[in-house]
Write a protein that binds this ligand. Structure first.
Ligand code: URA
Length: 224
């Protein structure tokens, strides 16, 4: 698709789907390395993420933000992308939104250290703009491998971008909430909730977010 048409669609908030091409980690140097992300252990994966230059975001990042928490967690929390605090500290959800996320987890009886937290993107988009389709596509093998390694009983997708990217849909977040989804291509349940940054702006939605956490908890309990 020509650049101008793509720009219009992106400006209107319409996701631009293009034919899958080799990108990101899958564009890695040799054919033998392309599939290798799917075979990596934690240490190799972290090294690959730290060295990634697959999309333009590597030019503006301070550092990559890999993920944190219990690698055998029952809950995996997936957000959108690092913000300024995360870019500085190298850890997801450490700013104001992160403190609210911690409080939300605490309310449901979980310490931050008991869950695994990651993002759709490992690098901060400049000025916290929305991730672009090709950036999400570049980072996807890394996140997929993290999910495979953790094997969580539930994924809590926080925010529209995380939910739509994980579920490969453009359905609005309001319609994605309140249901048990499945991660495409595997059986891992996904529950969608609002992003804590949105909840900071719209605290009246916290009641709904609490309902989502309760749903996620019941998904974990049902799978036990
Ligand atoms: N917002 C996110 O989605 N992820 C972070 O790590 C921080 C803020």
């Amino acid at each position: 698709m020509e650049g101008r048409k793509r720009q219009y669609l992106e400006a209107m908030g319409i996701p631009v789907w293009t034919q899958r091409r080799r990108a990101g980690p899958e564009a890695a140097e040799s054919p033998g390395e392309r599939d290798s992300v799917a075979q990596m252990d934690w240490s190799a994966l972290a090294t690959a993420v730290a060295a990634c230059t697959a999309c333009e975001l590597h030019r503006t990042r301070t550092q990559t933000v890999f993920g944190t928490g219990d690698v055998q967690a029952q809950w995996m929390v997936i957000g959108e992308a690092p913000g300024a605090d995360e870019d500085r500290q190298g850890e997801p959800f450490v700013g104001r939104a992160g403190r609210l996320l911690n409080a939300m987890l605490h309310a449901i009886g979980l310490q931050r250290e008991q869950v695994y937290i990651a993002n759709i993107l490992k690098c901060r988009p400049p000025n916290n703009r929305d991730p672009r389709f090709e950036e999400v596509e570049c980072c996807e093998p890394f996140l997929q491998r993290q999910i495979q390694l953790v094997e969580p009983r539930v994924i809590l997708a926080v925010g529209r971008i995380a939910a739509q990217s994980l579920l490969k849909t453009v359905t609005p977040i309001g319609q994605l909430r309140g249901q048990r989804h499945r991660l495409p291509g595997c059986q891992i349940p996904v529950v969608v909730t609002y992003h804590p940054a949105y909840l900071l702006r719209s605290p009246q939605q916290k009641r709904r977010a609490w309902e989502d956490l309760c749903l996620a908890r019941s998904v974990v309990e049902d799978s036990g």
